[in-house]
Design a protein around this ligand. Structure first.
Ligand SMILES: Nc1ncnc2c1ncn2[C@@H]1O[C@H](COP(=O)(O)OP(=O)(O)O)[C@@H](O)[C@H]1O
Ligand SMILES: [Mg+2]
Length: 419
């Protein structure tokens, strides 16, 4: 990894000459400036484009993107979408994706990581450790929520907050109720969360770029403050991440579909807990604390990766009329657990099997099915659903159990990825 103080000319690389757009409202912001600087050093042609200056048009079968009235055409796009313009920024990004341009983070990844509830749901579903969290829709849910997360004190937070705004520590049920009531009245979505006392006033921020942690820092709050955000005047210091923490950060970024992410980890008594994942992480604190040229690492990743854009497989496969992807969770079919794949799915095209942290492509027909497995099948949807039903019905009666264990077509998930 290149250090921050290494400002010499950059050796020529194969991505030089690439046209890069940074989507950002603030060309003078530290992070934007640093990315532009490192891109220019590497011979890229780079422009900063304001996401609010785009116009999008959609007409029969085609989409168009204009920036300040000009056609928007770049080889790669790094989105730095501010929280206040998430919806609009993501709409622009989605249209850019549809034109086939490479984007460092996808609109979908940004959207799902910005909502703290949605992000926690995806993380938990992918077996990532997260603080116990309850979603509160009504003031009458408060007592139950406190109990559910393990009792007082609790952290109350709004689902769409950032930079510590909308995050509170409360010690009595009365205080929690008052606060939640106020937040609900202003239309906020509210979470009540287990307070991780071991991590009071500090957390770890890991910067993940292209599946690797390129830099990390510990952040500490000042004085009586319990939130350690850099923008709340928190201090930053270097930290050596253990493999367990690095792995948690990479996995969190991956399951949320982000190539570039700032992952906040709390240091729980039993190891790392993923607090949140930021899709436009600030670079100032982390470059200062770690001494690592993070902006350079981001641009290097862009140059390496532009040749291999991500594909939304589900969407792509749906372009064939009637075709699509179905996933089947074995946990919903306990009778199949322990049987071999070819016993149950002899004539069904299972093209992937997700097991724990692994994804097995074209799984061996002799593989024995486990409770946590998720099977992914591709084909003509009507036929696929019928074959799956047939496979379930044709299982031996004693292993099939009651009629109710036969999955109806509606209960087959149409999405291979957890989302
Ligand atoms: N459950 C918790 N237990 C302990 N500290 C927390 C908890 N939730 C948040 N914090 C502290 O508050 C800070 C901000 O919370 P976070 O959920 O990351 O919101 P934001 O998006 O505003 O940064 C964290 O960096 C951490 O220091
Ligand atoms: Mg945070």
């Amino acid at each position: 990894m290149r250090r921050l103080d290494d400002t010499g000319p950059h050796p020529p690389t194969k991505g030089a000459g690439l046209r890069l757009a940074v989507l950002s409202r603030g060309p003078r912001l530290y992070s934007t400036r640093r990315i532009v600087e490192e891109a220019r050093r590497r011979g890229l042609r780079v422009d900063v484009c304001d996401p609010m200056k785009f116009s999008l048009t959609i007409s029969d079968g085609s989409v168009d993107v204009l920036h300040k009235g000009e056609a928007f055409s770049y080889d790669a796009v790094i989105p730095r979408i501010g929280h206040s313009i998430t919806q609009h920024g993501v709409a622009v990004l989605r249209q850019i994706e549809q034109l086939g341009m490479w984007t460092a983070n996808s609109g979908q990844g940004i959207l799902q990581s910005r909502d703290k509830l949605h992000a926690s749901q995806i993380l938990a579903r992918n077996r990532m450790p997260v603080p116990k969290t309850a979603y509160v829709r009504d003031i009458i849910d408060v007592e139950h929520a406190i109990e559910m997360v393990g009792g007082l004190p609790v952290v109350v937070k709004v689902t769409q907050g950032t930079q510590g705004d909308g995050v509170f520590l409360r010690h009595t049920a009365f205080e929690v109720r008052n606060l939640v009531q106020g937040l609900l009245l202003t239309g906020k979505s509210v979470l009540v969360q287990e307070y991780i006392a071991e991590s009071h006033g500090k957390d770890v921020r890991a910067l993940v770029v292209g599946g690797k942690v390129v830099a990390a820092m510990r952040r500490r709050a000042r004085g009586r403050e319990f939130r350690s955000n850099f923008h709340l005047n928190g201090t930053v210091e270097p930290v050596d991440l253990s493999p367990e923490y690095a792995e948690a950060a990479c996995r969190a970024a991956r399951v949320l579909g982000l190539n570039i992410a700032g992952v906040d980890l709390l240091e729980g008594a039993n190891g790392p807990l993923v607090l949140e994942v930021n899709s436009s992480p600030g670079l100032e604190g982390i470059e200062r604390a770690s001494g690592v040229n993070v902006a350079g690492a981001i641009v290097d990743f862009v140059m390496e990766d532009t040749a291999f854009g991500d594909v939304d497989l589900d969407q792509l496969l749906r372009t064939v009329p009637g075709s699509g992807v179905l996933s089947l969770q074995l946990r919903n079919h306990p009778k199949m657990v322990g049987r071999r794949l070819n016993e149950v799915f002899a004539s069904i095209p299972v093209f992937a099997l997700s097991r724990g942290d692994r994804l097995v492509w074209n799984p061996d027909p002799e593989m024995q099915l486990r409770f946590d497995d998720v099977l992914v099948c591709y084909g003509e949807l009507i036929q696929l659903r019928a074959s799956l039903r047939k496979a379930m019905l044709s299982m031996p009666v004693e292993s099939l159990g009651s009629e109710s264990s036969v999955q109806s077509p509606a209960s087959l998930s149409d999405h291979p990825e957890d989302s």
